[in-house]
Design a protein around this ligand. Structure first.
Ligand SMILES: Nc1ncnc2c1ncn2[C@@H]1O[C@H](COP(=O)(O)OP(=O)(O)OP(=O)(O)O)[C@@H](O)[C@H]1O
Length: 275
């Protein structure tokens, strides 16, 4: 697996506040990294730095070996797609129009039939085919999230020919989703990962994180507290120290947090050969 995203000593100070401090990480093609941490830990700020929405005041970020700040917007659009925490739209776009925005940013040279095929695939990936003609503004929070995932998915698929190495950034993509759609969205992300895309996602649900992540990054007070495989990182000690929650059940060993999930959660890991 080749490193596609590399952050070295990245930080940002706003006023006198250091929101992110000295974070170094690498993300490889075909890898799914999940970022966890308490409210205010700096997860979204880190994502904004990694996507280029914010410029770091310290350190350096490289995307596919280029310095992030040197890449023009059109090249960025082919290499990375971003699903932000919540996206409001000022105009009454239909769902299919929103998904098409993802393709228009990079896939204008694609034949019309290919673009339509990608839109259909994106709608399917987010289980929103039946919403295609609806006004985005009238959708529920969870439905809007699924549309934004589809837009991001479509953008990556459309940009795939021009840019072999791509990253998908997902900031709390399942925050408003019911359980089945949480699993479905993560499985769609895994499908991209299996295709060689690097995915970095902020999640609050530690079980979901442990189930789907290849590696977990724990943010705490702006710093990278830990990074590693889920079983190494998500321990009872970590949950107590970082999240302030004592898992008192005798069934919980002091080491790895047991992942108590419905059967189909385990499916992805089993099929991907994860541990
Ligand atoms: N522009 C800003 N100016 C000052 N402080 C900011 C700014 N943006 C974010 N912060 C603060 O930086 C800290 C990190 O914010 P961030 O949104 O990155 O946290 P988070 O880990 O994503 O939290 P959550 O889980 O609540 O979404 C918070 O304390 C926030 O209030």
């Amino acid at each position: 697996m080749s490193v596609i995203l590399e952050a070295t000593g990245v930080g940002i100070t706003v006023g006198k506040r250091r929101l992110v401090d000295g974070v170094s990480l690498t993300l490889s093609s075909g890898e799914l990294m999940v970022v966890v941490g308490p409210n205010g830990a700096g997860k979204t700020t880190l994502m904004k730095l990694l996507t280029g929405e914010l410029a770091p005041t310290e350190g350096e970020i490289r995307l596919d070996r280029d310095r992030l700040g040197d890449l023009p917007a059109w090249r960025l659009a082919g290499k990375r797609a971003v699903m932000a925490q919540a996206t409001r739209l000022a105009f009454p776009f239909t769902v299919v129009e929103v998904v098409r925005i993802g393709i228009d940013s990079v896939g204008r040279s694609l034949p019309r039939a290919e673009r339509e095929r990608l839109i259909a695939e994106a709608l399917r990936s987010a289980d929103i085919e039946d919403l295609a003609a609806r006004n985005y503004q009238t959708l529920s929070g969870g439905e809007q999230q699924r549309v934004q995932f589809a837009r991001t998915f479509a953008q990556l698929k459309a940009g795939r020919r021009g840019a072999a190495n791509q990253v998908m950034f997902l900031d709390e993509p399942v925050a408003s989703l019911d359980l089945a759609h949480q699993i479905a969205l993560m499985e769609a992300a895994v499908g991209l990962v299996d295709d060689g895309v690097a995915v970095i996602a902020v999640l609050h649900d530690l079980n979901l994180a442990a189930t789907f992540a290849d590696r977990i990054l724990v943010m705490h007070r702006g710093r990278a507290h830990a990074v590693g495989k889920p079983a190494e990182v998500i321990t009872r000690d970590l949950v107590a120290t970082i999240f302030g929650v004592d898992l008192v059940s005798d069934a919980v060993p002091p080491g790895a947090l047991p992942v108590v999930l419905p059967q189909n959660y385990a499916r992805s890991r089993a099929t991907r050969g994860g541990s």
